[in-house]
Design a protein around this ligand. Sequence first.
Ligand code: 13P
Ligand code: SF4
Length: 348
Amino acid sequence: MIIKNQILELKRELGNKIIIPAHHYEDPQIVEVSEFVGDSYKLAVDCAKTDAEFIVFCGVYFMAEAADILSQSNQKVIMPNLSAGCPMADQINRKQAEKAVKLIQKRTPKQIAPVVYMNSYADIKSFCGKQDGSVCTSSNASEIIDYYLKQDKAVFFTPDFNLGINTAHKLGLADNEIVKVEQDMEINDSYDPAKVKMYIWDGFCHVHKVFTVQNIIELRSQYENIKIIVHPECDRGVVNNSDISGSTQKIYNEIKNSPAGSVWGVGTEYNFVKRIADEFPDKTILPLKKSICHNMAKITSEKLLTSLGSINAHIKEGLELKNVVSVDEEDKENAARALNKMIEIVES
Ligand code: 13P
Ligand code: SF4
């Protein structure tokens, strides 16, 4: 409580110079003091609209980078803890992405469009922008991928295999139209390149990988009217056996808008599921399993308070600003193309 009061006091002092966006997986104490909370798409778009001089980003590194890429030149993005990364985003680097696209392009008569999941670092987004591709998030992956398929291009999707395959199936692609690209670049060459529409990198989220079809079967056997909602980073079998799949914002909205007495089984990060369960006590909200994103949890109230203190000291005493997220200028320009392409497709 003392820390919360200190945060609120500093917020009052800093006024509209700062804004605190928080991802849905953040601790409720962080969400409580934030200006807005959302999935990675909503956060990127809302951050791009703010005029605050300091964006104190409560989420993981790739999300803060996206805020920096879309920010104006007079704005600074600060992260309370720079070590809050995303192991999925670490599963491909720019060299690997370039090599994979070259390798695939050699074998296929189609033009390749790279589509990179938001959960990737700025250099990959920059590569994607340079190649006239687009970023996507779990809230719009099907729209973005379909945009390129309609142009008869083949999509190279990275890094999350599950989001890729779940989206491919949602779009009605057959198994022989999808090729998995292993992280060692061993591509099974028994496929017919003229048929393939999607090449999907073999990355994954360890937080979502743990959910199983058995978890769903058990919950369904205990609660007759339960609805299962999961994030599309879950395995294909889990998504296929759920009632709804979607981004964290979609999960939040579906549960919020359901009638009192509803029963939900939720397949995503546990701190988020617990927060929704506490927020809607008139509904029964159960996790498929308790799986925590320890990177999101690295953003603590103590660290947020330190960040606000550092901004205050910077403004008042000219002290060095700590934990600034700053994307290299060239990457910024190209990554912005890929991010803006996503926003253009979604908003059109
Ligand atoms: P959302 O865009 O759905 O919030 O997903 C981000 C994420 O990292 C899920 O693991
Ligand atoms: Fe990355 Fe998974 Fe954490 Fe999302 S839940 S930030 S994909 S590690």
